[in-house]
Write a protein that binds this ligand. Sequence first.
Ligand SMILES: Nc1ncnc2c1ncn2[C@@H]1O[C@H](COP(=O)(O)OP(=O)(O)OP(=O)(O)O)[C@@H](O)[C@H]1O
Length: 504
Amino acid sequence: MQPLLRLRGISKSYGTVAANAAIDLDVMPHSIHAILGENGAGKSTLMKLIYGVETPDEGGMEWQAKPVSPGSPAEARGLGIGMVFQHFSLFETLTVTENISLIVPGRKAALAQRIRSLGAQYGLEVNPNALVHSLSVGERQRVEILRCLMLEPKLLILDEPTSVLAPQSVELLFETLRKLRDGGVSILFISHKLEEIRALCDRATILRAGRVAGEVDPRAHSANALATLMIGRAMPAPLPAKAMPEGKVMLDIAGLSYPSDDPFGVSLSLPSLQVRAGEIVGIAGVSGNGQTELAALISGETSLTADKRDVVRILGRPVGRMGAAARRKLGFAFVPEDRLGRGAVPEMSLADNSLLTAHRRGLVRRGLINRRKEADFTRRCMADFDVRASGPKAEAGSLSGGNLQKFIMGREIMLDPDLIFVAQPTWGVDIGASAQIRQRLIAMRNAGKAVLVVSEELEELFEICDRLHVLHHGRLSPSLPLPQTTVEEVGEWMIGAKETAHAG
Ligand SMILES: Nc1ncnc2c1ncn2[C@@H]1O[C@H](COP(=O)(O)OP(=O)(O)OP(=O)(O)O)[C@@H](O)[C@H]1O
């Protein structure tokens, strides 16, 4: 059988970094083909070359046995190649339908109708009239996938599509992808989740440092064997959580109802949320159920009315009316889910990004930046958290997704906060580095720090947390202690089944 897409000797360098080196790849018709590799291995670069976002320095590409060299995404789409990016490319101030209509032809009313019906069919529900800025990361991803599907591609490239989907939605998406494959669409699938790759893909190409390190049938290998192939060494073991005495309450939210002023936002109802020193508390739930609003409330992006200033307390202080910078001064650190934008400024160097939150750690004296200290801090963060980039001067936006996430996590942990709030700590991070990040969070807990983690990955929460709450439609469940609570129970809270029983 002729491959749908054939790459031969594809190379692409950025300065001195060989992001792709002499890559050969055949994508067959009716195939779901995984691209595996550590953060920075060159997966996204390869996909950008195929989709015409970048042009290769060397090598050739054949599409349905004809030589092609797509010079732009529009040309690639013209061939029948669609791509869903890891970082979103939606306009925040436009609605879902308006964003889709920029690429997909058709009248708005008809598009909105198709968005609804495709959404229902594939478990990618989203309100066509919602403004994109009001959507959670997970919902934005649904919009991106829908937009691609509406163009009926022959090859669909998905760059970590499941990283922000709930387990149920992942299964639905896989059903969609299998249906698409059976209907003649091939899929290139990038994911760090090896079990997903084993469940979904029939081929896997493994990249290591920009080169092809092997090609396997993922169904014939265990996840552990795939991981070893990918990272070239064995996985680090989880750090045991040591028994801790009951610590002081470091975050305390008592009886807060917070109606959203955004018509598409989620109103919060938080009967009680406490995080004590020496524990990790997790917030489980599907993205779009109030996680964004909760993060804004705790980080200080949202300010409460004067009568509610006591309702949120950080390190014993009422912070309801305190801004984000003042909260950080108390000993609070925050890793937002949106790493490009809120977490880091892409156009700035890593060193200057360190300054954004670490300026109080001796990097600024009397209003002057100490460049040496800034570079030292950044270098230390890069070394300790295995951030792969050319150095402190590298632009944040040039880092691979997982490496930027490791940098932001590292920067916040290095502030040595008493209370840290982390949204999606390992989103886009490869399995070796995720294990390291989880180890760091457990180490903070063992050192008596208070840790609050929002994650859609139940497995991750079950591995690191002492207790869990579930957020569903903005309502926070009671505290569920681990390990007594089961995944099934949490699942029921996640879909609202338990909530009704609890209220009754
Ligand atoms: N625009 C750019 N400028 C400079 N370097 C870049 C640029 N894009 C990618 N790189 C570098 O090329 C290498 C490969 O990056 P790429 O994003 O392809 O990795 P990846 O395998 O997709 O990683 P991740 O799993 O973290 O998304 C990295 O070292 C990255 O820093």
